[in-house]
Design a protein around this ligand. Structure first.
Ligand code: F6R
Ligand code: MG
Ligand code: MG
Length: 366
């Protein structure tokens, strides 16, 4: 059965600052999706991570379908009215354009979708991150799909051994989607050269080279490019199909043990380790660190099982402690040097005006 797995997410307001959506906001989104599901969706689930809410859906309408996107947009729009009525902070911040034009891409909400022939058993992972941007998935995906130190399946499985095709987007380009397609193993170093620049080059999708099957997809929106000014980080989502002819669950999650530094955290302007957390965990220190949750599910004919919380468990508790230490150490140097992002990535552009003013006061000594 050919079906589409879609996730559309937005930050449309939260409690206590940029912390979490209110119960009423979540209920409003759930109710809207429930009412509109018959005839449109096979199944759906609602998740939240930090201040972002995600609608995970299965259907047969393909990617970029305007009915699906409109339904999700309307759910976020309705919930924005509730967020406003409750005085939630940042109400409607990710709904950047007032009238819906057929597709939520470029409007603010993040979207990741994949259409595929459902396998007899279809396990997959859904990742949702907060206080960061889509570049946070560059390193874990790179390691899973290219490095046997994280993924022994790369030499154990004859299909994985043939490599993968990466589509990478230059998200600084705002006039259309600027993408490049590169394949492993021969393009490995070119892929690395691009992905190190995780504010500019983002993995959009990964396909199995041997079969052409879609395996991973990341939301690639850059809100500040859409809005022309800072409106919040582009907190991303990622879908990965796992097992058999794809990397297995362990191989996909193993790189999250690193706690690698990504862009985000307080005022979206810091370097923060990415901490894998259980669902329901809020940003917890200095509006950070950047957090990521992961759900493992299966589906049959598009009907999804309940999810397992992938980052639950004692090993992850220990990893979290180590990442917290790393985070606290970095915070000791405040705004200095690599603790904060470079000027081009600071999310509050007023500082540039301030620096221009100061520049006028410089004198040049001969
Ligand atoms: C970071 C984040 C927060 C805000 C900070 C200031 O992604 O959401 O750290 O940047 O709370 O928020 P504003 O400018 O909305 O008052
Ligand atoms: Mg967020
Ligand atoms: Mg936010």
């Amino acid at each position: 059965m050919k079906l589409t797995l879609s996730v559309i997410k937005a930050d449309i307001g939260s409690i206590g600052g940029h912390e979490k959506p209110s119960e009423k906001v979540l209920q409003t989104i759930t109710q809207h999706v429930k009412e509109n599901a018959p005839g449109l969706l096979l199944d759906y689930k609602i998740f939240w991570c930090g201040d972002d809410t995600a609608i995970l859906m299965t259907h047969t309408k393909g990617e970029d379908n305007s009915e699906i996107h409109k339904m999700a947009y309307d759910a976020f729009f309705k919930a924005t009215q509730v967020a406003k009525s409750q005085g939630l902070y940042g109400a409607g911040q990710d709904l950047l354009k007032d009238s819906f034009s057929g597709n939520v891409k470029g409007m603010g909400p993040g979207v990741a979708e994949m259409e595929f022939e459902e396998r007899p058993n279809e396990p997959f992972l859904f990742f949702q991150a907060d206080k960061t941007d889509p570049g946070c998935f560059n390193l874990p995906l790179y390691l899973t799909f290219t490095d046997p130190m994280f993924n022994p399946g790369l030499f154990i499985s004859p299909i994985l051994r043939k490599g993968f095709t990466f589509t990478i987007m230059d998200v600084s380009h705002t006039d259309g989607d600027k993408v490049i397609t590169l394949s492993t193993p021969e393009d490995l170093y070119s892929i690395a050269a691009l992905l190190r620049d995780h504010d500019k080059y983002i993995i959009e999708s990964i396909k199995v080279r041997e079969t052409g099957e879609i395996c991973a997809k990341v939301s690639t929106s850059r809100l500040h490019n859409i809005a022309g000014k800072y409106v919040g980080k582009d907190d991303p989502v990622c879908l990965v199909r796992v097992q058999k002819t794809f990397p297995d669950t362990g191989e996909v999650v193993s790189p999250y043990g690193i706690g690698h530094f990504v862009a985000g955290d307080n005022r979206g302007s810091h370097n923060t380790p990415l901490m894998p957390v259980k669902w329901g965990t809020m940003p917890n220190f200095f509006d950070g660190p950047a957090i990521v949750s992961a759900a493992g599910l299966c589906m049959h004919e598009g009907i999804m099982t309940e999810h397992v919380d992938i980052f639950e468990g004692p090993t992850w508790d220990r990893i979290r402690e180590k990442i917290a230490d790393k985070w606290v150490e970095m915070r000791k140097q405040g705004f200095f040097g690599c603790a904060m992002l470079g000027l081009g990535e600071l999310e509050y552009t007023e500082i540039m005006d301030h620096l221009e003013e100061l520049d006028k006061k410089f004198i040049v000594r001969k």
